[in-house]
Design a protein around this ligand. Sequence first.
Ligand code: AN7
Length: 392
Amino acid sequence: MLLRCPACEATHPHDPMLYACPRCGAPLEVGYSEEEMRRATAFEGRGVWRYRPLLPVDRAVTLGEGDTGLHVCERLGRELGIPRLYVKNEGENPTGSFKDRGMTVGIALAAAVGARAVACASTGNTSASMSAYAARAGLKALVLVPADKVAAGKLSQALVHGAVIAEIEGSFDDAMRLVTELAVCERSVYLLNSLNPYRLEGQKTLAFELCETLGEPPEAVVLPVGNAGNISALWKGFREFHSLGRIGRLPRMIGVQAEGAAPIVRALRGHGDLEPVPRPETVATAIRIGAPVNWRKAIAAIRDSEGEAGTVTDREILDAQTLLARLEGLFVEPASAAPIAYLRRRRLEVPGPVVCVATGNGLKDPDAVLGVPVLRERIHPDLAAVRRLIGS
Ligand code: AN7
C-alpha cells in the first residue's frame, strides 16, 4: 500500500497521518501494488467489510454500514424519461448517510495509529457519523460546523454522542481551513475529513456494491457534489473493479451542485481551475461548500468518465425531494434530491441503468419540508370536521 498524488504523480509510503502531498500540497490517493490487487479475489460477508481485501486496514470499528437498498424506481423513471432508474438509498446506513462507509474505515485507522481524538469540519453528516463511530471506538470527537447552518437532525446526533462542537462564525470552508491547521499542529488529533484518503477507501465500496447488485456497472451514476470526496471515491472504486476484470466498462459520473454553491461546475466550464465561491448559499446545507478540497479529483472523474456536471435551483431541489417521496416512498434530504432534480431538468437519454445516489436520510432535516403543500388543517375532534376536510 502507498500514497499517490493525482496532481503531481509523486508516490509516498503508506502513512495515515499524511493529509497532503509533501511535494505539491494536493490531496492524496491510496494505491495498491499489483501483488495486493492480484490477491483481492475473494469478497465475503456483507456491507463495507465485504471488500476488506481492497481496504487499507484489517480491524473494523463497525455499526453495520453498507449494503443499503438499491431501489428500482419505475414510476419516477417514467416521469424523468429514464427506462432503468435506480435510487441507492444511503440514508439506510447506521447514522443515516453515506459518510458511515468512510468512518468505519477512518475510525479504525485512528485507533490503529493511537490517536486520542478525531476531528472534522462538517456541514452536518460527517460530524454525525464521526461522533457515532468515535463513541463506538472510545475516542474523543471534535467537530467544527458553520454556526446556524447545520440541519437539526445532524446537530442532535453530534450532541447525543458527546462530541465537542465548535460553531464557527463563518462558512464550512472556514471550518475546513481551521481543522486542517489544527491537525497539522496537534498530531494527537486525527483528521477525518475527505482530505483523508484512507476514509475515502471506505466510501468507494458503494461503487462495488452497485456493480455486484446490478450484475453489471451502471451506465451513469448521478450524485450531489459538495467537498467532492464521494464522486472521487466512487470513481476510484469503479476503476479498481475494472482493473480487476470484474466489470467490462466504466459508468459516466454526473455531478450535481446547487446553483448558489457550484464551484466545480464553474471550473469545468472555465479553464479547469477552481475559483472558490466566497459566500455559498443553498437550501441543501449539506453541499453548501464554496472551496471543495477534492476538486481536482472530481474534475478528473467527470472528464475521464465522459460524464458531466450541472446545477439545479433550490426550488428544483425541493420539488424533486417531494416527487421522490410521493412516487417512490423514499424520503431523502434536500442535497440527496439534487440528482433527481438534475435528471428532470436535463432529460438525458440513457438506455442502461442510471443510479441516483441518495446520500442522506430525509429525517436529518425535517425543517426543509415543513412548507410542502398538503391537506392539513387544525380541527375540532369531531367526525363532521374530519369528513369536511376529506371533502365527503
Ligand atoms: C447528504 O458532512 O461535506 O461531495 O461535512 O452530507 O463527498 O462532500 C457532507 C456532504 C452530499 C456531498 N450529500 O458529498 C459534511 C459534508 C450529503 C452530504 C454531500 C454531503 P461530498
